[in-house]
Ligand binder design. Sequence first.
Ligand code: AHR
Length: 641
Amino acid sequence: MLEKAFAKGMALTLTVAVAFIQAGAQSSAKLTIHSDRPVSKVSPTLYGLMTEEINYSYDGGLYAEMVRNRTVESDWSGILHWILLENGSAQAKIGVDKGTGPSKALDHSLRIDVVKANAENQAGVLNDGYWGMAVRPETTYKGSFWAKADGAEVGPVTVALVNNQTGKAEAKATVTGVGTEWKQFAFTLKTGAVEASAQNHLELTVGHTGTLWLSLVSLFPPTYRDRPGGFRVDLMEKLAAMHPQFLRFPGGNYLEGDHIAERYEWKKTIGPLVDRPTHRSPWGYRSTDGMGLLEFLEWCEDLKMNPVLAVYAGYSMAQEHVTPGADLEPYVQDALEEIEYVTGGADTKWGAVRVKDGHPARFKLTYVEIGNEDQFDHSGSYDGRYAQFYKAIKAKYPELELIATTPVKSVRPDVIDDHYYVRAQEFFRDQTHYDKADRTGPKIFVGEWATREGAPTPNFGAALGDAAWMTGLERNSDLIVMASYAPLLTNVNPGGLQWDTDLIGYDALRSYGSPSYYAQVLFASYLGSETPASKLEGVGPEGAVPKFFYSVTRDAAKKKLYVKLVNASTTAQALEIDLPGAKLAADGKLVMLHAHSTQATNTIEHPTQVVPVESALHGVGAKMEHTLPGLSVEVMVLDEM
Ligand code: AHR
């Protein structure tokens, strides 16, 4: 309820008087803010998203497809997630047919040989989904499959969403017309007054003997903004609440692949699904590539994010690299064509392909990242590879800002992408990291960062580390143009997680934000446009790692001052806030994220144990006294008069 209220921007109002120092608080510290003396600009694109196919982020996550292994991959154990169904006296067998499929890309299929069946005793297959399938009341599901049969008699095909526990069909449809040539069929499943549950599966059965081949079986619930083949509504709403300004995609390691042959090949992820071959990803499962290049761009469009397009730069993680020069040229060309697909008009070759794929409008592109974490390429080839991409892209697209994944010498990158995965203690120590950094060199993109404490999602201790780190990002956002937490998403089911500590967790039906998620929502909701001069005195014992952090920003257009305070100590901290010369409305707002232990967290079963609480702040003025409880993150929102 509280989470809902927060997400909808409804304040849970408590009243807090600022002139109150809590008993037992650490001795008072003093924060002086000269709100009329801006010292630096805040990057308007500071906070954004980084994602890749990891932890079932897209398949089994954001990409709302309910059918798992829709293209019928198999291993030694059989056909993954597809099970033979023999109802009553029906008899059948199933297998993968490598000799026929609906397209060149999907050259195999699921073959069902029905030896005995009738209308009451049907045979076929079931799909168990991504740890179940979410079924909700009064909801319409849109499905399709490709099929052919050895004769017209085998049809019609009955499709049903069936409850795992009761065996009851919650929605049913019949598809007729399956013939001897591959063809796509569409169907709709509509539920009635059923109970919402994730414990469901999909059945496809026939009531006649014969052979049926299936491929690309698909089922989607209603999606965000009703995009066909689109995104999960609950996850998109959670992402929207983060006010993300950009999306870095498609990786991460997912861009590189373990081997060159397993890199993210954008051309194999566009166009009709039936022409996408799918590919092995480095995170241990196959990607459907339903989340292809155009889908990433549409995701940007839906949340008004700027794409930060990472192009494959000739290095894959098993220490495979492409030598700069002639060998690398096809990869450079591929990146140029990718940029043309994103930004080109209908009069360009790849712009025209995008138009044909259903998106006539060109996408705005500012940043292109060349590779990912190329410091791990032990051959040292990145300098040469980066320079080759840089020169070719700048020659055709001089307006683009090109990001290097590690420092290089032969050309000067526009931006460098720095990554940090640490414990809270390290972020407390290192939040001043960029305070003295060179302002004359490339800009900084903190393209991956996270306090790694808590699994599958970060706990409150991690949120404190993250909040401390974000104060440093904001203070230095004249230099840091963008920053994104990683990984963003995880399916919390056993086997769903490849990387501990991910911002947002979900199963087929539900999702929740971690304490770190809410810390980010707070920071991004009150970003500001400039950093005024400020000074903090008297915090913490001399020589100790400080556990108190702050950032002050001002929104010049909205005439608001945002004071972000982080008390990572377990003891309350008294604070005198001086705003010399400031004329402020007496009433402001305080938003607080607080827990009693660093181990406090949210889970799929208990999603709102740590959520922000809003309260009214009275007695605001040029001199205030305020006490932060131990283990708290606060944002004071003050109105200038
Ligand atoms: O975020 C998980 C992984 O961490 C990313 O794929 C990679 O870039 C980094 O090493």
